[in-house]
Design a protein around this ligand. Sequence first.
Ligand code: AP5
Length: 215
Amino acid sequence: MRIVLLGAPGAGKGTQCKYIVDKYGLLHLSSGDILRHHRAKETELGKKAQSFMDSGALVPDDVIIDMMTDEIGRAPAGGYVLDGFPRTVKQAAGLDKALDGKGKRIDAVVNLGVDEEVIVRRITGRRICPKCAAVYHVENLKPKVDGVCDKDGSSLVQRPDDTVEVVKTRLKNYNEQTAPLVNYYKGKNAVYDIDANGDAEEVRDQIFSKLDPLA
Ligand code: AP5
């Protein structure tokens, strides 16, 4: 299966990808995690992306298309779930072109819909592990020991772009540049709209009910 997970910042894309990957054995390709990995390693790409990410702007399309088609090209045959990519119509067209060239296509687009006030609470309460990228929340998904990653014991941090101010910019960019992707995909790919305001397991079960018949 080749799946695209769409949704605003903080909609729960990363959280739901973990469930999808565990159940269907897919590779999780998160453009945000890949960019943060480049930043941590201080690669040229990471340095280029830094200022865009911290201000809540999108990294330029050509940089992202090259980075992600490269990752997809190395993915195993079992399939993958794309999280955070594509994020503009230009990126979606770039992805389609790369897939067409190999006689492949996206099997399902899962679109997570969440109200903005819920998003702000989710994002400002999020904490991440700088080492393994595990995601927590100060109220909804607490680690066993406050501020410490359950998996590797690292101190949890807040992402620099998870402030109320930057979230506003990210949401604006999402509404202007990413939301139109739903219409781009409708009519040419299977699109499943999910109400993602509920708790994580409830959202997971809605997604599974759509993906099970495709597995
Ligand atoms: P990226 O890392 O992709 O960020 P994003 O899309 O803004 O998404 P988030 O990671 O913020 O949220 P999420 O939907 O994964 O939510 P999560 O599951 O963590 O991108 C960061 C930046 O990189 C961009 O701003 C841009 O600069 C750049 N970039 C990346 N891709 C790009 C591209 N394609 N083109 C150009 N630039 C790009 O959940 C959030 C919190 O809520 C967590 O704490 C979680 O525990 C909690 N939570 C989740 N679900 C629930 C639930 N159902 N109930 C209660 N709490 C929940």
